[in-house]
Write a protein that binds this ligand. Structure first.
Ligand SMILES: NC(=O)c1ccc[n+]([C@@H]2O[C@H](COP(=O)([O-])OP(=O)(O)OC[C@H]3O[C@@H](n4cnc5c(N)ncnc54)[C@H](OP(=O)(O)O)[C@@H]3O)[C@@H](O)[C@H]2O)c1
Length: 312
């Protein structure tokens, strides 16, 4: 059996359970492609799954490979694959229920794979799919943000927030973002109109009547957000399903989104990247073998933009 290098988890636990080792190289089945992974994005879901937080919902067969963000090149195609061919450069947010991208190879359904934006390298492309799709789906599918509206984005300097700020500006919205002071120049460089330091200022003291709140933090941030939204406005959480009762009491709509693979949206995002309208910020690149250090850094909760694993 052919093997590959991969980072695997044999049991849930702390960062020490991540093992860089030989693993069987997967083969593409019908409707699937085998991708030579060049780079893999690191996201909070990776270490949350590793720690077992999702064990009731996602039944992984041990050992499994984490990581659900990638950029690479098609190495083989399964039967029935018509859109993609060997040698194509692609990026993807693959199915989270299957083995992930902390590996030299991954098998992904053709329906989850989009052409890599031509103007960026694999390391930058791997930083995009999961966080950008989350921001897109939260702002446009769930909140239906439109030009002229005002959006408050909590966690605006993080992976999702960095894309959300830019998408909202491209849409023609006014953007207010929360982040610690050290990230305020960064938020403005992304296009934010206003930045609030959550360490020194209660956002509810300075923000009123927004159309949309995108909340990547939640907890008590959720309850404090409802009163700053105008009647008829929308609160979207990407973490916890919000209280419908509390939202109704404030006359607003509340939604929760969990990112879904979407090739058409990845193509739209790719066009924005290739036109130079959308920028990617990478805080740090680690080699695949140092996935543990990459997850430990991300788990501190203060990533600016994205962290990426370089596989080749
Ligand atoms: N539902 C979904 O499909 C989905 C998809 C992606 C992510 N998520 C979840 O969404 C959350 C954010 O993901 P991410 O990838 O954006 O994470 P991330 O890149 O790790 O974001 C960290 C950011 O949060 C900021 N932050 C920390 N505490 C804050 C606070 N109290 N107020 C405002 N900003 C604060 C930090 O800014 P400072 O350094 O300035 O503090 C940092 O820039 C994670 O919990 C993740 O699991 C859900």
């Amino acid at each position: 059996m052919a093997t590959m290098k991969a980072v695997r988890i044999h049991d849930y636990g702390g960062p020490e359970v991540l093992r860089y080792e030989d693993a069987p190289r997967p083969e593409a089945g019908p409707g699937e492609v085998l991708i030579r992974v060049h780079a893999a994005g690191v996201n909070p879901v990776d270490w949350k799954v590793r720690a077992g937080f999702a064990r009731d919902r996602l039944k992984y067969k041990m050992p499994f490979i984490p990581g659900w963000d990638l950029s690479g090149v098609i190495a083989a195609v399964g039967s029935g694959v018509s859109r993609l061919k060997v040698g194509d450069e692609v990026y993807s947010r693959p199915d989270i229920a299957r083995d992930g991208s902390y590996a030299e190879y991954i098998v992904v359904k053709e329906s989850e794979v989009a052409p890599k934006p031509a103007s960026i390298d694999h390391v930058h492309a791997a930083a995009v799919p999961l966080a950008a799709l989350t921001a897109w789906q939260a702002l446009f599918d769930a909140a239906r943000l439109s030009a002229g509206q005002t959006v408050l984005i909590h966690g605006a300097a993080g992976g999702v927030g960095s894309f959300a700020v830019q998408f909202a500006k491209i849409k023609g919205a006014r953007v207010i973002g929360t982040a610690s002071k050290k990230n305020h120049d960064y938020l403005r460089s992304l296009g934010a109109d206003e930045a609030i330091d959550y360490n020194t200022t209660k956002f509810e003291d300075v923000v009123k009547n927004v159309d949309v709140v995108l909340d990547t933090i939640t907890g008590e941030t959720a309850d404090r957000s409802y009163p700053v939204i105008k009647p008829g406005g929308v609160y979207v959480s990407i973490l916890m399903p919000p209280s419908q009762e509390k939202a109704a009491a404030h006359g607003i709509r509340a939604a929760h989104t969990f990112v879904q693979p979407n090739v058409e949206q990845l193509k739209e995002i790719g066009k924005l990247l290739d036109s130079g309208k959308l920028k990617i910020t990478i805080e740090k690149v680690f080699p695949l073998a140092e996935a543990r250090a990459a997850q430990e850094l991300n788990a501190q909760g203060h990533t600016r933009g994205k962290i990426v694993l370089r596989v080749i």
